[in-house]
Design a binder for this molecule. Structure first.
Ligand code: BTN
Length: 246
């Protein structure tokens, strides 16, 4: 992973570049990284603020030999890699809010956008986009999200070396991916649960269809989130938003 790495000063979105590269046949593990994105995108068609030199804006091309239903496992894998990296480089305690938000002191510092190109029963390729707020100062976080978003520097109190942090992520990603290929999802799942945010607590869940309160139970062997409603019924979720309070 990252043996072919393309670095740009400014792009619209590293995600789009990797999609193009995938279609041109670039190999598994190709990485695109940019100092700045002017059209960074988040999940649910939200925009992702990607100011110049302040964070890690990168996308990784994966060509896994997996059935499409297992693709969400790669998002969880990426989240554990980021959590591990932060634990190894600092005294911060990262937590993963299902499926893929990385929180520190209850504030989001990183998000993952996984996009899959699949045909019938086979994954053509996957693009894992990682956005990590690294060196923004508090006042550089957009005001409307300042109550719920932060950066590593803002939480750790000191500047991070972006290049070393990227190298660390790529190293861990490769190691974790190899382990996943040889041993499957079990170890990833255990690691995810170690960092899982609010597991065992009652939260509010919304899907396209409804909003309800349930307790977060954990991750299923396939990567789904398991929740328990107030009547004790268990349910598996593949896509939902979680919040707390009302
Ligand atoms: C989210 O939490 O909504 C996911 C954010 C993903 C942002 C990253 S930054 C690199 C890559 N390029 C993009 O345009 N988005 C992802």
């Amino acid at each position: 992973i990252g043996h072919q790495l393309f670095h740009y000063d400014q792009v619209e979105s590293t995600q789009e570049i990797v999609h193009q590269m995938a279609k041109q046949g670039k190999p598994h593990g190709t990485v695109v990284i940019a100092d700045e994105q002017v059209k960074g995108k988040g999940r649910m068609a939200r925009k992702w603020d990607s100011p110049k030199g302040k964070g890690i804006w990168m996308s990784i091309l994966l060509r896994p030999n997996l059935p499409p239903f297992k693709a969400p496992q790669l998002t969880l894998l990426a989240a554990t890699v980021l959590a591990e990296m932060i634990s190894e480089r600092s005294a911060l305690v990262p937590q993963i809010k299902w499926p893929n938000d990385l929180l520190i002191h209850h504030k989001k510092v990183s998000g993952i956008l996984t996009e899959m190109q699949a045909e019938q029963d086979a994954i053509q390729y996957i693009v894992v986009g990682i956005g990590m707020n690294v060196n923004q100062n508090g006042e550089e976080i957009p005001e409307d999200i300042r109550h719920k978003a932060s950066s590593l520097k803002n939480e750790a109190g000191e500047e991070w070396n972006i290049q070393e942090t990227v190298q660390h992520i790529l190293r861990l990603f490769e190691r974790t991916y190899d382990q996943y290929e040889s041993d499957g999802f079990e170890a990833i799942k255990a690691n995810w649960e170690k960092h899982g945010y609010r597991i065992g607590e009652e939260v509010t869940i919304s899907t396209m269809k409804r909003t309800w309160k349930a307790t977060l139970v954990g991750i299923e062997p396939d990567g789904a989130l398991c929740v328990r409603d107030r009547d004790g019924n268990h349910e598996k979720l593949y896509s939902a938003e979680i919040h707390w309070g009302e």
